[in-house]
Structures are given as structure tokens and as C-alpha cells.
Design a protein around this ligand. Structure first.
Ligand code: GLN
Length: 483
């Protein structure tokens, strides 16, 4: 089964099936495939069926909201009232959230059914989902390969037909990169578009939630539910949320699209470049005006990100101390022992690496050399984009430099892992929105194309992606196990 959110909404409205039936179908598929794919950390079957029954009653009474009865999966770093919120970490393995994140409330308000919580790299730190306390997620296109990270469970769940829509978060690429590697569509909105309240913080100035689905059309529906001002998040934007579905028809004709020459240089697998070029030809046929541009500071984005993200994470993760949340070591002899052993036992290797580097970068004497410098470079990267947007409406490039690699291939080489985010990370530093959509295959594995928009211009991104998906069928392809 590979129904889209749009198809499920239509089927429910026309009474062709009930929400309980659709939900049971997805729960059965999860039971069948999760032992191999490991997309879900928690499956909330009872809650899902209770919500589905309520949705069916609402549908019968005509009391419907935008997503009434549609099953959705949530990345396990959104707090869910009464449901474990582990963040992929041992330190939160026993943490039952006492409240809902704003976006979870929004999905409830709009009638969605929660299937469960998806697997992820611990505290969203990673590009392959191999850093999860709950084990790696397998890529549904080839189970020996990674699904990407950190929202790998959500992306793989969509690809495998275990959910029609899912949430994720993107700090440096964690929606777009796994969307690309799993052949699904995912959008990272403008920083501030979606509330971060109740979303466990990794790097607060970069983190942003967004949806995954099979198509841009479905992403428009899910983003509509997620977006909006939230007084509980001081960085959330008061800008009005447009009607994303209505904007899908705006299309691509006449749009000026820039191809950064830095994105098509060495480092990009030539086979991916060829696939992207074919997609660019398609956009040209749809009336896009394509030209080359330059984002000269692209190569600085990874070092800049890894100073900013690690500094912020070292501060954010100090709250996990064995006192207030999650894992506590056995028989501490004093407070210091409690902190040290609870954190030592609770955090995995990558999280520890980042806390150490971040603490170092923020320490007296190094702050100016690293953190302040990184903030200056961040401004230069942002300025590059603003210069580009003086002459183009959208920027286009690959989402990742290569297709999904084998599980274990990069675990001993953090720097090569970090390089996976070369095309995605600069958007987070600048706060810009980006969408990844499938545009072909290399070695039987999906290739993602990224479109980058100006601030709060998610509508243009979704409209352009939708136009492409009207004339292509890459987004409709499903792996063998989902047929
Ligand atoms: N891969 C990047 C990292 O490891 C980005 C992760 C993310 O976006 N959450 O930090």
C-alpha cells in the first residue's frame, strides 16, 4: 500500500474506507516490516485506534478538520503527552513527556491519528541514523544501506509505506538528506515558521521542524498544520501563514532558478550530477529560466556549522543531568558522581564528542577564536544567499553528494560523515527554507534534488516541486517491500 495523504483524505471523505481501517492497515504494515527496517522506536497502536475511532465519529457527524482520520508518524524528539519521547538516546529511554509539543497539539487539533514515534540519530546528531540507541534504520530501497539522518525513521517509514506522512526536524539537513536517500519529499521551512516548543533542542538557532510525505502536494497539507505563530516559542514568526495547497498551482513558468556552480563541482558524484541535469531540463521545458550563480562561501558552511551546532548542543544538553530527566546511574556516592555517571552512561559516543568540542569552543579564550568567528562566517554565508536572491527566485542543486551509503561505511570517519551535509547545512545557517524531492536513481537508490527559497517563500518551493511532480513519476516509485 502506498496511499498518499491526499488520497486518504479523499477516501475518508467519500466513505470508501474508515479511519480505523486505514490505521489498522498501517499498524499491520508496521508490525510486518518494523523488525527489519526499525523505523519506529514506539508504536502507539492503542492510542492510534482510539484516535481513529474518534475520527470516524467526527467524519460521520461532519465535524471534520484538515487531517481528520489521517495516520501520521512523529519523530521521537517531539514531546508527546503520556508517550515516551526518547530522542534516540539511552538518557531519555524512560522519559514519558508530560505535555505535547505545539506541532503535536496542531496535529491533534486537525484530527490526525498518531501511529507512533520514529527512530532517529541520538539528539538528532547524525547523517545516517547509525547513532540511535535503538539501532540503525534500514533503507527500504536496500536494507544494507543507511536511510540518512537524523530523521531517518520518518523518511524510511514513508518510503516503505508504513505511514503516509511524518514529521522530522532539520538542524543541518535532517529532513532533506533522509528524504533524498529514501526517495520521498521533505521540506525544511524557514527558521521560525514552525514552533520549536516541545521539540527537544539540539542547536536552537538552527533547529526547525517540517514534514515528510510522498509528494509536495501532501507536504503542503502537513506544513499547513505545523506552521504558525506560537507565543511559547520566542523565535516563532508572526508572519501570516499562506494557503500552501492553493499555491501549488502557481507552477514554475517564468521562475528564475539559479544553479550554484559550487554545488556542481568536485565532491558531487558525476552520476548524481547527470540525474539532476535531466531534472533541470524538465524544469526548463516547464518554462523555468535557468542560470548559473555563485555561492562563494559554500565550502565554509561545514566548519561553521560544526562550531555553532556543537557549541549550542553542549549548552542545551547540560539539562540532562540525571536529576530532572531520564536515566540516573545506580548508587551515586555524591552529586558529582551522579552527574558524571548518569551522563556517561546515558549519552552515546557522537553526542559526547559534540559536547566536548562545543564546551571547548565556548571556553574562555577560545570563544573569540571559534564561536565568534563562526558567527561572522555565518553572516557571510547568509549574505551570499541574499545576493543570489537579488537575481533569482529559487536556487537548485543536489540534496546530497552521493546516494545512500552502506551501513557502517562511514562510522569510523566522522569528517566524511559531516561532508554529507555540504548542500543542506548552509540553509540552516542562513535560516532559509528548502525542499528535497526525488528525481531519479543511481545504483537502484534514490537521488534527491534540493530547491532553496527565500525567507517564508515555502509556497514557491512547494509549487515548483508540485509542477515537477505533475510531469514526472519518481515520487510515485516505491521499493519492492512496499508494493
Ligand atoms: N547531519 C547533521 C549533524 O549531524 C545535521 C543533523 C540535523 O539536521 N539534525 O549535525
Amino acid at each position: 500500500m502506498s496511499m498518499s495523504v491526499t488520497e486518504i483524505r479523499r477516501g475518508l471523505a467519500e466513505g470508501r474506507f474508515s479511519s480505523v481501517e486505514v490505521t489498522q492497515d498501517y499498524l499491520a504494515r508496521i508490525a510486518q516490516h518494523n523488525p527489519v527496517l526499525n523505523c519506529f522506536i514506539s508504536v502507539t497502536d492503542e492510542l492510534a485506534l482510539a484516535q481513529a475511532r474518534q475520527a470516524d465519529a467526527d467524519l460521520a457527524n461532519g465535524n471534520t478538520q484538515a487531517l481528520t482520520g489521517v495516520p501520521i508518524a512523529h519523530k521521537d524528539l517531539f514531546c508527546t503527552d503520556g508517550v515516551r519521547t526518547s530522542c534516540g538516546s539511552r538518557i531519555l529511554d524512560n522519559f514519558i513527556a508530560p505535555y505535547d509539543a505545539t506541532i503535536i497539539e496542531n496535529f491533534k487539533r486537525d484530527g490526525a491519528v498518531m501511529l507512533g514515534k520514529t527512530n532517529m540519530d541520538e539528539f538528532a546528531m547524525g547523517s545516517s541514523n547509525e547513532n540511535s540507541f535503538y539501532g540503525s534504520v534500514a533503507n527500504p530501497w536496500n536494507i544494507g544501506h543507511v536511510p540518512g539522518g537524523s530523521s531517518g525513521g520518518s523518511a524510511a517509514a514513508i518510503a516503505a509505506g508504513l505511514a503516509p506522512g511524518a514529521t522530522g526536524t532539520d538542524t543541518g539537513g535532517s529532513i532533506r538528506q533522509p528524504a533524498a536517500l529514501c526517495g520521498v519529499t521533505g521540506i525544511k521551512p524557514t527558521y521560525g515558521r514552525v514552533s520549536r516548543y516541545g521539540m527537544v533542542a539540539f542547536a536552537s538557532s538552527l533547529d526547525q521542524g517540517g514534514p515528510f510525505a510522498r509528494s509536495a502536494e501532501d507536504c503542503a497539507l502537513l506544513l499547513q498544520t505545523m506552521a504558525g505563530f506560537d507565543p511559547r516559542d520566542s523565535t516563532s514568526s508572526e508572519q501570516a501563514v499562506p494557503d500552501y495547497s492553493a499555491a501549488l498551482g502557481d507552477g514554475i513558468e517564468g521562475l528564475k532558478i539559479g544553479l550554484p556552480k559550487e554545488y556542481f563541482s568536485e565532491g558531487l558524484d558525476g552520476r548524481l550530477a547527470a540525474v539532476i541535469e535531466t531534472a533541470v531540463d524538465e524544469l526548463r521545458k516547464l518554462g523555468a529560466d535557468i542560470k548559473e550563480i555563485s555561492l562563494p562561501n559554500t565550502s565554509l558552511s561545514i566548519p561553521t556549522y560544526y562550531v555553532v551546532a556543537m557549541a549550542e548542543c553542549s549548552s542545551n544538553l547540560s539539562r540532562f543531568d540525571g536529576v530532572r530527566f531520564g536515566h540516573r546511574c545506580a548508587d551515586p556516592v555524591d552529586l558529582e558522581d551522579l552527574y558524571k555517571r548518569s551522563r556517561g552512561e546515558g549519552f552515546g559516543e557522537e553526542v559526547k564528542r559534540r559536547i566536548l568540542i562545543g564546551t571547548y569552543a565556548l571556553s574562555a579564550g577560545y570563544y573569540d577564536a571559534y564561536y565568534l568567528k563562526a558567527q561572522q562566517l555565518r553572516r557571510m554565508i547568509k549574505d551570499d544567499f541574499q545576493t543570489a536572491f537579488d537575481s533569482v527566485d529559487l536556487i537548485l542543486g543536489p540534496t546530497t553528494p552521493e546516494v545512500a551509503f552502506e551501513i557502517g561505511a562511514k562510522t569510523d570517519d566522522p569528517v566524511s560523515m559531516y561532508l554529507q551535509d555540504i548542500y543542506t547545512i548552509s540553509l540552516n545557517l542562513a535560516g532559509l527554507p528548502g525542499i528535497s524531492l526525488p528525481v531519479g536513481f543511481v545504483d537502484g537508490l534514490p537521488v534527491g534534488m534540493q530547491l532553496i527559497g527565500n525567507y517564508f517563500d515555502e509556497s514557491t518551493l512547494l509549487g515548483a516541486a508540485h509542477s515537477y511532480q505533475q510531469v514526472s513519476d519518481w515520487h510515485l516509485q516505491v521499493p519492492e517491500l512496499a508494493r
